[in-house]
Write a protein that binds this ligand. Structure first.
Ligand code: SF4
Ligand code: SF4
Length: 418
């Protein structure tokens, strides 16, 4: 049986032209901005999501770190800058954000700054969701009391069986393991104020196995986890290492995705369940591709990343001392997002069957780094698309064809000579 799918109109029909889903009805969607270096995006002084970059120091050194290539460009701020940041908010922030995120490096290395920022922000924006992603290695009783008092949602990054790509495994240290279990007991489960996150790499390619690994260490068989997605390639080291998957790695990942859906584990992995659900919604509502921004949201004027000196950056993973400084919060009208390329400007994304699931990988990557990141996204999202189709129809995706254009790799390898 052949099905016909348009990722631009979100139509999925059989050979007679009959929609596969019964309850299809076009919904209203706003067009997304289409930023590019020549069509800069803007930033709003009333952002919904405010990302505060505390600094890029980290006590781990992940082999696929999305900030390693940026750490020299990050501003070095003092603890006192946190007070100046709070004092300066009235000059540029004109409405309460819905969500405020604290970013490192490892954000808990900046606990002294957090102790100045968080109480002031919580008092000023009582309804805002406060959140951070941490490697979890610095969580102790004082940190737990603090995140509980100010109700901060904390996601701990841990790659389960692939943790050695990140650094030491905190579960091998009895003290750290104790605090991680305590963290989950007090903030996870029914409280839903905590999560364990992993990045999918060739070393933990099986999603169900990774969830089970974490569930065993936490001692909660029904542990729900989240995924930060499939590994993205930000530098040559990652390209030559865990960013590049073999065919066998991709196959293990595909089998793992199929198994997670078949065994009923998929709903316990939030990103997996969300992608599948979002894809079904796109079909049900005939979501046009023109409404799709980038998955991370940083092309959106309402998503703002700043450091403690008010510098605005492309995103929280970039430094303000290099090309990713796109302006200053106190001159928001002058901020220009010139460093990003919306998916609609990439030939491969325009001709991609998983566009509605992927939404374009990282918006500032180019050339080989983009090509490999795209390949990882492509393989993963194709597996999710296949598994979702199977859930909807019991059909098994055998092959996919059409005018699919994959990104070109460089044919010439640059030699750098000194
Ligand atoms: S898989 Fe690649 S081509 Fe497809 S939408 Fe994602 S980045 Fe674009
Ligand atoms: S632009 Fe988006 S995808 Fe790229 S590093 Fe920043 S947050 Fe991540």
């Amino acid at each position: 049986m052949t099905l016909f799918y348009s990722p631009h109109e979100s139509t999925l029909v059989d050979e007679e032209g009959t929609p596969l889903l019964l309850d299809v009805e076009a919904a209203d969607y706003k067009p997304a901005g289409r930023v590019a270096p020549g069509e800069p995006g803007r930033k709003s002084a009333t952002p919904h999501v405010l990302k505060i970059q505390l600094g890029m120091q980290c006590n781990y050194s992940c082999s696929y770190c999305n900030q390693a290539a940026q750490s020299d460009a990050s501003t070095v701020t003092r603890t006192a800058d946190a007070d100046d940041f709070i004092a300066g908010l009235d000059r540029w922030l004109h409405a309460p954000p819905r969500r405020i995120e604290f970013w490192g490096g490892e954000p808990l290395l900046y606990f002294a700054k957090l102790k100045r920022l968080v109480p002031a922000l919580r008092a000023r924006f009582p309804s805002a969701v406060l959140s951070m992603i941490s490697n979890g290695s610095l969580i102790d009783g004082e940190v737990l009391d603090f995140i509980e008092e100010y109700d901060i949602f904390v996601a701990v990054s841990h790659d389960g069986p692939g943790q050695h790509l990140r650094g030491p495994d905190p579960f091998l240290d009895p003290v750290r393991a104790h605090w991680l279990r305590e963290f989950w007991r007090r903030r996870g489960g029914a409280a839903a104020r905590a999560a364990f996150h992993f990045v999918l790499t060739p070393r933990n390619a099986d999603i169900g196995e990774t969830r089970q690994w974490l569930a065993d260490r936490i001692g909660d068989p029904s542990l729900n986890v989240d995924m930060e997605g499939v590994v993205t390639v930000y530098d040559q080291q990652t390209l030559g290492g865990p960013g590049s998957w073999s065919d066998a790695d991709y196959e293990r990942m595909r089998v793992g995705v199929r198994k997670a859906f078949a065994d009923g584990d998929a709903p316990k992995v939030r990103d997996l369940a969300f992608r599948a659900q979002d894809f079904v919604e796109s079909l049900r509502n005939l979501r046009p591709s023109s409404s799709l921004g980038q998955r991370c949201g940083m092309d959106d004027p309402d998503h703002l990343a700043v450091d403690l000196q008010g510098n605005v950056m492309t995103c929280q993973n970039t430094g303000a001392r290099g090309k990713h400084r796109i302006g200053h919060a106190e001159a928001m009208h002058d901020v220009q997002l010139t460093t990003a390329t919306h998916w609609s400007h990439r030939e491969s994304c325009n001709h991609c069957p998983v566009l509605q699931l992927c939404k374009g990988s990282c918006m500032y990557l180019q050339d080989d780094l983009f090509a490999q990141s795209c390949e990882n996204e492509y393989q993963f999202n194709l597996a999710v698309l296949g598994a979702t189709l199977h859930q909807l129809t019991t059909l098994t995706l055998k092959s996919i064809s059409g005018d699919i254009r994959r990104p070109q790799r460089r044919r010439v390898i640059p030699l750098v000579a000194a």
